[in-house]
Structures are given as structure tokens and as C-alpha cells.
Design a protein. Sequence first.
Lengths: 218, 206, 244
Amino acid sequence: MIALLVRDLRLSMRAGGGFGLGLGFFLILVVLVPLGVGPDPAVLGLIAPGILWVGALLASLLSLDRLFALDHEDGSLDLLATSPIPLEAVVAIKALAHWITTGVPLALAAPVLAILLNLGGPAYGTLVLSLALGTPALSMIGAFGAALTVGLKRGGLLLSLLVLPLYVPSLVFGAQAVTRAAQDLDPATPLLLLAGITAGSIGLLPFAAAFALRINLR
Amino acid sequence: MELRVTDLTCARGGVPLIAGLSFAVQSGEALVLRGPNGSGKTTLLRTLAGLQPALAGAVSCPPEQMAYAAHADGLKSTLTVAENLRFWAAIHGTRGVDAAMAAMNLTDLADRQSQNLSAGQKRRLGLARLLVTGRWLWVLDEPTVSLDTASVALFGAVVRAHLAKGGAAVLATHIDLGLPEARILDLAPYKAALPAIPSGFDEAFL
Amino acid sequence: MASLWEYANPVKFMKLSGWLLPVSALLAAGLIVTGLVWGFFLTPDDYRQGATVKIIFLHVPSALMAINAWVMMLIASLIWLIRRHHVSALAAKAAGPIGATMTLIALITGALWGQPMWGTWWAWDPRLTSFLILFLFYIGYIALWSAIEDADTAADLTAVLCLVGSVFAVLSRYAALFWNQGLHQGASLSVAPGTRMDWSYKAPLYLSMTGFGLLFLALVLAGTRTEIRARRARALISRERAAA
């Protein structure tokens, strides 16, 4: 199973996108929003948690449609399905690889980008924590969506349509946690709810996604 | 060890293609499937490998004992030959890819990325993967596509060596692999008849 | 309950729906017209909200049906996954657009209701926001059905999407409440029949709600019949192609 993780990480590094793609997109978004909204620091500080979290959502979406599709096209998915590793584990490992290449860099880069958006001082720790807790759910939910659409050519847009509504609870609790922290309020409740959603997704979605993959392999 | 198939019915997209198929393959035997295109060879092989559920019938050997290989090689273009094989060896829990590379004449190419291989070399790599799975029953769909005569002979030798070690193989191929001892199974007699349209469409829509 | 499974048989279903559909459609039309006319024209104006509150005769029933449609889709999806009854899968498919339309009606009537109170054509009230999110879930479900060619594959994938979506829809409901707590206290569009509603409003409301329920039934039956016929047509075509 580690072999699969190592292979996927190696592949995404050699594909030339890898860690950089999601981060680049995140940066562009954080530059575009003030250009669209105006430079008033008070306004930016208020919407910073939302922008950063929506940015994380969208950056997460970027590499999702390749998650299973590449393996499906070259026959690796068939071979993985007939290998000793259960398909549920394959899904979980691929989601983990996605998180490592997308979620982790986002969580680490977010404080720097938050400076650009004038996020309130007390919120930086919560920002990183909320992204660290929430992005695994984004990867896992995304993997479920990717499993549903793996058989479709041009499934990317449909994938976004299916996955973004599923992201809503994580978005709300994550952004709320950061907003509350920025106002010097206690962010514990939304953080716990966020962690709960992540835990639930990781526990249950691999089975749903594996089910979808088996159907698409028939 | 044997593969015993009893009264198997396979379908593609809900439409039955093959019905009432029974055969057995023992250790050391090879079975070649013949039939026109569309007769369901691919569907049958995928059903044996566990990728598709059968409509009816039984397959005695569980999919965990089979190694499946088809048109798509399962090779990653940015990984080298050795990296590709080592990955599959790690997945299947076997050790050592050198023997597999040697058997398919790939040792010199060990550090070349798959995208830089010719079609024939890629096919040989895909077949080398079979050796790395350590499974006794090989289920192969047109394995020698894009191989030249020398490589076909090489592959035939590899299959013979596998059979000699107690393995077995079920292959769909038009090409003479130089395995005169292989049995041939023609699938034409097992073509499934379309189910009669029940006058009221009881449960089936097809 | 054993006899209900008989209707998993398409032929029996078509026979039953053949007469149930016109009956429920007629009843629905009657009840809705009665309820709405009574509600709009024969009830006194509310002393606080004037005449605009009467939109609840459309808003509440459609909102109720929006949720019911999803629950029905969920149950139908489960029946498909467990018992593989095609009629059930097609009923879920038919319910999707109906539920989406009900949600849209609920959203529009909700916005219209809120406009005089808030002065804007839309407010991010937790309930309206939840319905907006539900609308997105419906769109995704309908889109997945259309995107997949093979009917059984589509049924399986949309069924599992409905299951997962249901969990997240409930989570989103609570998220929307959490998200809008403490803002616009008391301005959310809550109508609790029985607490502060006068009987003169309750009667037409219940008529309208029952009418909408029957309307939903009629529409789902009509939709399922269409899907069954479409499926049969495709099967006959592919059979002809295979025989040729």
C-alpha cells in the first residue's frame, strides 16, 4: 500500500504539476480578489477567511478529475482492482496522495497569503489548523466525486458540480472558525465540527467511492 | 489447482453474450479462446478476473489467484521499466524484478522511462508484470498485439516456463504462440440467444 | 406490505398508475385551486405583514414537497441498491426534476415573501440558504443521470450519490443554521402551523399542502411511466440492432 502512495507522489512530481499547481492557483486567487473587491483593508480582513477557504476548495478541485481517470485510461485501475489491495484502500491512499500534494501545501502557504488579505492577528493559528483539519475531507469527498465520474470523458465540470455542494459543510465550519478567531472569539466548536466531518468522510466515503469504481469498471 | 467454470453466462451492458459455458483448466495447461470479434472473449476474461459479475454460473477459482492482462498495459509513462515492475511487485508482495526483466529481455532497458519505449517493448513490459504477480492462473486478452515474431516466440517460451512450474493460462489470441499443447476452445457455440421478449415485460427491460 | 412489492413489476406498475395518475391529478388540481383561491382571496390580511404573507399557501407546500421529493428519491435509491427493482430506480430518476422545480418554487416564493420585510430580493436566511443548497444537490443528481449512457450504471451511481448527498444535505442544513446564527434574529421565515396561525389560514394551507402532495404523486407517476416507456423503446432498438 505504501508502494501505491509512493508511486502516486512520484507520478505527480514527474508530471510537472505536482505541488506547485494548487499553490499557484491559490496565489492567483488571492491576488485577484482584492483587484475585484477593492483595496480597503477592513473589507479584505473581513472576507479573508472566506476567500482563503474558497480558494482551498477550488484548488482542491483542480487535480481531482485526474485522480482515477489516468489509471482508468491506462488500465492500471483494472489491475489494482484485481490486486491484493482492497479497492477501498486504493481510494484512501489516492485521497491521501491528493491531500499531500494539495491540502498540505495550502495549509502551510495560507498564513503568508492571509497577510495579503489583512487577516486579523489572532486568526493565523486557527487558519492553519482549520485547513489542516478540513482539507483531508476535501480530498476524500473529491475522491468520491472522481470515482463517480471516472468513466466520463470531459467529466471535470460535472465533477465540480457534484463535489462543491458536498464541500459546503466543511467550508462553513472552516471559514467560521477562522472568522471567530479573528474576532477574538473561541473557534473550538466549528473546529470540532470540521474535524467530525473529516473523520466521518474518511471513515465512510472510501466504501462509497470503491462501490462507484467497481460499477464503472464493469 | 484447477479452474473449473460451470454453466457461465456473461453479459456486457446487461446484454448476455455467452451462455452455458463450462470448461476446466488444470495446472500446467493452457487454454486458447477463439471466436469472432464481439463474441464475448474480452467479457469472458473480465468476468473470470472478477471485474464483471457473471449473470449465472460459477467460477471455482477466486480472482485473487488470477493475473489479468489486457490491451491496456497498466504502465505509467513517466516511470522507468524497473520502477513500474517494482511497484507491481510491491503491490503483490513478491520480491525481485530482475528475473522478470531478464525473461522478457528488458534488463538493458531497466532505467528507461516507459514513454521512451517502443510499442513492442511496452508490451513486453506489460507481460513481465505477469511474472511479478506470482499468481498461478494467467488470464490474457490478446497478449501479443504489437509484438514482432521474435518477441512472440519469447513470450511463448515464458508461458511454457510458467506452465512447467505448475501455472496455467487462459488466453484470447488469434496468433499462433507456438504452444501446440494448448487446447482450443471455440466460443461460437456458446453465443447467448437473445432472451425472448416476454409478452408483458415481466421484470426485464432487455 | 408484501403486496406493495408487486408494483416493482413494470406491467403491474403501469396498470396501477394508469388509473391512479388521472385520479390524483384531478384531485390535486381541485385541492390546489380551492386552497389557493380560498387562501388568496377569502382570508383576512395579516395585521403585520398585510397580504404578502399569503404567499405561504404556495411557499410552505412547495418547500415541504422539495424535502419529500428528496426523501422519496433516497428511499427509491435504497430499494434499487438492495432489491434491484428497475421501477424504483426510474421513479427516483423521475423525482429529481420534480423536486428541483419544487425547490425553485420554494426559493422564489420565499424571496417574494421576504422582499417587503427586508427590502431586498434575496436574503441569506438559513432556511432559504438550505433550500438553495438543496437545489444544487438536485442539479448534481439530475446531471449525473444525464451524463451516463448505460442505464443500470447510471442507476447505481446516482443511487450512491443520493445516499452520500443526503448525509451532506443534512449536514449543510445544520451548517447553514450555524452560519447565520446571531444575525437577523427573528427575521427568518418561520411558519409554525398551530402556534400563531389562525384557523382561517390553517384550513386553506392544509388543503394546499394536500393538493401539492397529490400533485407530486401525479407528477412522479407520469415521469416514471415515461421513463419506463423510454427504457423499453431503447431495449427494443438495441435488440433489433443485435439481431441484425
